[in-house]
Ligand binder design. Structure first.
Ligand SMILES: N[C@@H](CCC(=O)N[C@@H](CSC=O)C(=O)NCC(=O)O)C(=O)O
Length: 290
């Protein structure tokens, strides 16, 4: 399905495109932002940034400060929306942490959400296929993923559910153990038919079955109220990595930082650089490729 470009904005020498397209998996028109860096590469590696509760594709693009590093490294960034919109499901717009703006990057199995709330399929299949077809300069073989809060949960779980799909993963203040926090319990209870499905969408459970190393970067602010309230539970994820022998996780507790985009923008360059390390690891620049 092709995209409609509603705006083209110059940013750090590249272009930020505001796009919409009709998506089958989410049964609605989806909006997103795509940052295309200035580059002489024939094929541009891609970083997906998944935003958190209440966000659209605009929050990361406008406040995340990812474009500066992406421009320098030559990485395209996809900023998708966080849920379907306007499906007219009862209760869809009643709360900030469920329904619109809160798709949790999974495919709902419980009616009525199971028709349309298919963000896992949208992010891992329909959206990338549509983008690689409409923008052939994007390199579908070099893709990484990151995200914030609910989007950090999305980044970790989509990476762990799809071995080989992403070259790297990182997260800002991710919801690490949704089965054990109020946000996750509400989302999983509402979107999933049975409790036996929960572990399959929980990073702290998924990491236990991951084979090999896990070179992820996770930042959490020590002044983050959602962290203090037990919504994020990063220590549970770190402990699961240690107990199941996964090496490579870098979990940084950033002194005094909160949950906001002031925190994200402060460390965005580190996360783009983390992705760049893997996106360019086996593609040493040669004259033929430039
Ligand atoms: N309105 C809510 C808080 C909503 C909130 O803080 N959302 C975060 C993500 S939280 C986890 O997914 C966010 O990124 N907001 C958008 C922004 O631009 O800051 C409340 O009042 O508690």
């Amino acid at each position: 399905m092709s995209f409609k470009t509603t705006a083209t904005i110059s940013s750090f020498g590249g272009k930020l495109l505001k796009l919409t397209h009709e998506a089958k998996s989410t049964s609605c028109t989806m909006a997103l932002n795509l940052y295309l860096p200035p580059t002489t590469q024939k094929k541009i590696p891609v970083l997906f940034y998944l935003a958190g509760l209440t966000c659209t594709g605009d929050n990361g693009a406008e406040k995340g400060f990812f474009q500066s590093a992406a421009s320098q490294k030559g990485i395209a960034i996809v900023f998708p929306d966080t849920s379907p919109r306007g499906l007219k499901i009862e209760g869809e717009d009643e709360s900030y942490d469920f329904g619109s703006g809160a798709g949790f990057y999974l495919d709902a199995t419980r009616a009525p959400w199971s028709s349309g709330y298919k963000m896992q399929t949208y992010i891992t299949s329909e959206l990338p296929s549509a983008l690689y077809s409409a923008f052939p300069e994007l390199d579908s073989s070099r893709v990484s993923i990151t995200g914030h809060s609910m989007g950090g949960h999305g980044a970790l779980t989509l990476f762990l559910k799809n071995p080989g799909m992403y070259k790297s993963v990182s997260a800002f203040a991710p919801i690490c153990n949704p089965s054990k926090c109020p946000w996750g319990e509400k989302a999983f209870g509402g979107y999933l038919e049975g409790k036996e499905e929960w572990a399959g969408h929980d990073a702290t459970e998924l990491i236990k079955g991951w084979k090999g190393g896990f070179d992820a970067l996770i930042d959490v602010g020590t002044g983050d109220n959602f962290y203090k309230q037990g919504q994020l539970l990063p220590e549970n994820f770190r402990d699961a990595c240690v107990e199941s022998g996964k090496k490579g996780l870098v979990m940084r507790f950033q002194d005094g930082y909160d949950h906001s985009y002031f925190f994200i923008s402060s460390f965005a360059t580190d996360h783009v650089n983390h992705a760049a390390k893997y996106l360019f690891a086996y593609d040493k620049p040669s004259k033929e490729k430039l």
